[in-house]
Structure formats: structure tokens, C-alpha cells
Design a protein around this ligand. Structure first.
Ligand SMILES: Cc1ncc(COP(=O)(O)O)c(C=O)c1O
Length: 506
């Protein structure tokens, strides 16, 4: 069987692209920030001001944008997405990232990453596959269908779309894939279409690894136990499917860098077993199956890179990232950099670059997008307890929306206050630096539903806020829009920070 392993080779060095390339490639427009936007708050204020201005001049504002002034909006800094890709290649030079679109299938993010051949996509659904294809100019080799259990209809569509590699973790899925592929070939034959050159998808065996150190463990749901590797490989070969490698996932939000080391060693064991089955089957039937060529080390990395990719987010300030440097407030252990200090030398030891046929890929989701989005919420209602001074504020996203991780993962979201004052005559707004002499009050922020558990943030310390002021929630790009607000009309506004241009490597 021929292999399309070239898609897994990280030979493409990251090179940043010019602002004009980005502008012509993205489906939605972005704004290059003016130099006055030198803090996150000023950038958000600048967006509110432009929205107000656009509303008042009746220029071409969509109803979504009009709603943004009431319900709030997401702000996305595409510069951060680019910087994350560059940081990735500095930390993991041998590992090609396939961004996990399930984490945030934002079109502009996907197209920003898709511009670089140094990045592929992990897709878990047909809509994600279509997004990955449109972001990569239709390059099917830059997609892995990495949800090991799929509905038959989805499988049919993915095979029609020509997806070349997918994960599996059970016999039933292998049988389904074989049947769907054979039916597809029959259909092509009946329609007199070309079919001879088509091969079944290349199979990557997802194994289960210890994932206890993650916020969202996935091992109960997906992954074959390593003691089933031999049997599953045999079944695949009996069905005429090619097994090209092994994948695992340490769980989303993995807090333990060593967990990757343990998992890679387990995966190496699985690869050795598959290779021994390959040798045995080749001897039996005379075919020339090649040894495994892919190790997919999944996602789970922190949204904090730890080498400065996040610096000066949402501002016009430009900075380079040539030397790794830690952000002062970051816990070093909770960074992608920390994972790279375990993974990078280990893959070199187990799969030496000059002699091993193994290409390594990864499926980071949160890593790319968490820091690239902030949620800007307008306070639409407020209450004060006169006796205690305790304040209650209401915003239009709650724990059934963007803030679902408050309930699911005990996440804590503390907002940055943005106080504004509107001039009654001119309607113009200005930023207020201080109210009530800087006194802070115990405050609770509620979401919009009728449920009393809809608490976004309990008992935080905030200055005196009023209706029409804003609360900025940072690091809101991962598993927010993708899950909670799928049907929401929450608009996303895009900016390109850092003076709107990025360094070219070449
Ligand atoms: C198979 C797979 N790959 C990658 C990811 C992305 O994980 P993360 O966003 O934690 O990097 C997930 C998340 O659930 C996943 O299930």
C-alpha cells in the first residue's frame, strides 16, 4: 500500500505571513490596532467606541454588531494565533501541530493557521473537516479525522471528502470503515467514475494512557487498552486496512508534563507491537506493508506557552520572540514549554531523527486559542445592598453559555472592570479611571438565566460599577464558543495586534 506520510512531516518551517496575505485569505475582516491601543482595556474601549460610532452613523452594521453593544462580544487577536504557531515550532521542532478544531472552530483562526503549511487540523466532525479543507486550499492531507467513534453518515461523508487518515479504537469501527469505503467504491463504479487510485483511509490506533492529571480526562470514552494493540492491528490487516501509527490523548488541560513522557513510552511499546504484526503478516501473505510512520501525541497543553507568545496580547505593541522567556506571573509547571522539556528530548531518544521512520504530530486545541479571545460583557443590570455595600451585576452570558466551565471544571473567571461615562448631549463615551476613590466592593456576577446557580463569578472585589459599564473576561478562547454558545449570536470582532505585522523567518 502506498502511503501519504508526507503530510505528517514537519519539514515546513514556520514562516510568518504579511498582513496583506492574511487580509486576502481570511473570510472575515480584521482591524489593525492604532498605536493608542497599548493596553487590553484601551483596546476593548476602542472597539466599543467604534461600534457606537458605526451605530450612530448608520453605516453597514450587521444586527449582530448592533447586539454587541447590549449583549457584549468576543474579541479575537489573530496575532496571538500566529505567535502561538511560531512558539510551537520553537518548542517542538520535530512535531507538526494539527490544531484541534473542536476547541474553537472559528473561521478566521482556522484560516490564519491554514495559511502556514506547518500546521494541519484535527477534525472531529464533518463541519470541522469542511473548515479544515477550506482553510488549507482543499489539502486533505492536512486533516486527521481524530474522533475514533463516528456515525456512519459522517464516515460516509468523510470518505467522500477524501480524508486520508483517521483514528480508531475498536473492531466495530474498523468494520464500519471497511464497509463504508467499499460502498463508496461500488457507487463510483456504478457511476462510471474513477476509483482505481483510491485507497482506504490510513488507520491510526488510539490507545488509552494515564490521564488522571488533566481537567477533562478522556480515557473512559476513547482509546484501546495497550493489551489490545496486537488484536486490533490483526483485525485491521484482515480487513485490508493499513495501520500507520498510534495516537493518544493525555486529557484536556493536562497539568503534568511527565504524563506526556509516560504516554510516549507506552505508545512506543504499541508501535513496536504493530511493527511486529506487520513483519508477521508480510511473511504470511507476501505483501510489503511498511513499518509504522506516525505517532500522534494528542492535545492537552496549557493555553500558556511560557516562552512569551502571549506577551502584549490585544495591544498594538510589537515584540519579538526569539529567546524563550517566561512571563513573570506564570507557573512554569503549567506551560506548554514545560511539556516540551520532557517531550522534545524523549522523542529524540526513542525515535532518533536520522534513523526512525516515525513522524510525530500533535493535536493542540486550547494552546492555540485560549489566550487569543477575550469576552467583553456589558453590565445590563445592577443591584446594591445599601447596608453592606454588596453589589450584584448581571451580564448576558452565564454558566449555560460561555461560562460552562465554572460548573464543569470549577474554573474561576475574574473580570477586568472597564468603566465608561457617556456624555448625554454628544452621546460620546470616555473611559473612567476611578470611581468612589478606588474603593473596592464585594461583588457577584450573574448570568442571564432564571437559575440561581447561574453565577459567573462569586464575591470578587470590584470598583463601583454601573449599568452600561463593561467587564472583560480574559482567556476565553477554548471550549467556549465551540460548545456553549453554538447557537448564540454572540459576535466576534477580530483585531491584529502588534502593529499589524509579523516577522518573517526567511
Ligand atoms: C482527540 C483530541 N485531540 C485533541 C484535543 C484537544 O485538546 P486540548 O484542547 O486540551 O489541547 C481533544 C480534546 O478533547 C481531543 O479529544
Amino acid at each position: 500500500m502506498s502511503r501519504t506520510i508526507d503530510s505528517f512531516i514537519p519539514e515546513e518551517k514556520f514562516s510568518a505571513f504579511k498582513r496583506e496575505d492574511l487580509a486576502s485569505h481570511l473570510p472575515h475582516a480584521f482591524e489593525v490596532l492604532p498605536p493608542s491601543c497599548d493596553t487590553l482595556s484601551k483596546t476593548v474601549f476602542h472597539q466599543i467606541q467604534s461600534l457606537k460610532q458605526q451605530c450612530s452613523t448608520n453605516s453597514s452594521l450587521s444586527s449582530k454588531d448592533e447586539d454587541a453593544l447590549d449583549d457584549g462580544f468576543m474579541l479575537c487577536d489573530l496575532k496571538i494565533v500566529q505567535r502561538k504557531l511560531k512558539a510551537w515550532h520553537l518548542m517542538f521542532p520535530r512535531i507538526k501541530p494539527f490544531m484541534a478544531l473542536k476547541c474553537n472552530p472559528d473561521q478566521n483562526v482556522a484560516h490564519t493557521l491554514g495559511l502556514s503549511p506547518a500546521c494541519g487540523f484535527d477534525c472531529a466532525s464533518i463541519s470541522e473537516i469542511k473548515l479544515a479543507l477550506s482553510s488549507t486550499g482543499g489539502n486533505r492531507k492536512r486533516c486527521v479525522y481524530a474522533n475514533p467513534q463516528r456515525a456512519r453518515a459522517d464516515l460516509e461523508q468523510s470518505i467522500k471528502l477524501g480524508i486520508g487518515s483517521m483514528t480508531f479504537d475498536g473492531i466495530e469501527e474498523l468494520q464500519k470503515i471497511r464497509e463504508v469505503f467499499d460502498n463508496h467504491i461500488e457507487e463510483l463504479k456504478e457511476n462510471g467514475e474513477e476509483y482505481e487510485s483510491l485507497e482506504p483511509p490510513q488507520m491510526i490506533l488510539r490507545i488509552v494512557v494515564p490521564d488522571g492529571h488533566s481537567t477533562v480526562p478522556l480515557g473512559e470514552k476513547f482509546g484501546a487498552s495497550p493489551d489490545r494493540v496486537e488484536l486490533l492491528t490483526e483485525k485491521a490487516f484482515d480487513l485490508g486496512l493499513d495501520v500507520v501509527g498510534v495516537s493518544f490523548h493525555c486529557g484536556s488541560g493536562c497539568h503534568d508534563a511527565e504524563a506526556y513522557g509516560t504516554a510516549i513510552r507506552i505508545a512506543k511499546g504499541a508501535i513496536d507491537i504493530i511493527d511486529s504484526v506487520i513483519v508477521r503478516y508480510n511473511e504470511m501473505d507476501g505483501k510489503k506493508r511498511e513499518p509504522c510512520c506516525v505517532l500522534d501525541i494528542g492535545g492537552g497543553y496549557s493555553g500558556v506557552d511560557g516562552i512569551g507568545g502571549d506577551l502584549d496580547r490585544f495591544t498594538a505593541i510589537s515584540n519579538d520572540m526569539n529567546e524563550p522567556r517566561f512571563e513573570g506571573t506564570t507557573d512554569e509547571d503549567e506551560t506548554a514549554y514545560k511539556v516540551s522539556t520532557v517531550v522534545t528530548p524523549l522523542v529524540e531518544e526513542l525515535f532518533p531523527n536520522d534513523s526512525s521512520p516515525i513522524h510525530i504530530i500533535s493535536e493542540p486545541g486550547r494552546y492555540f486559542v485560549e489566550a487569543a479571545f477575550v469576552y467583553c460583557a456589558r453590565i445590563y443590570s445592577a443591584k446594591v445592598e445599601k447596608e453592606t455595600g454588596f453589589r450584584t451585576y448581571y451580564i448576558s452570558q452565564g454558566v449555560q453559555g460561555l461560562f460552562k466551565d465554572v460548573l464543569l471544571c470549577d474554573e474561576i473567571f475574574i473580570p477586568i472592570p472597564l468603566m465608561v461615562e457617556e456624555d448625554d448631549n454628544s452621546g460620546t463615551i470616555s473611559m473612567v479611571n476611578e470611581r468612589s476613590n478606588g474603593t473596592l466592593y464585594e461583588s457577584t456576577i450573574f448570568g442571564p438565566s432564571g437559575e440561581s446557580f447561574d453565577v459567573v463569578c462569586k464575591s470578587c472585589q470590584l470598583p463601583e460599577m454601573k449599568i452600561g459599564d463593561w467587564l472583560i473576561f480574559d482567556r476565553m478562547g477554548a471550549y467556549t464558543l465551540s460548545i456553549a454558545a453554538r447557537d448564540s449570536s454572540l459576535p466576534v470582532r477580530y483585531i491584529l495586534g502588534g502593529e499589524g505585522h509579523v516577522e518573517r523567518d526567511d
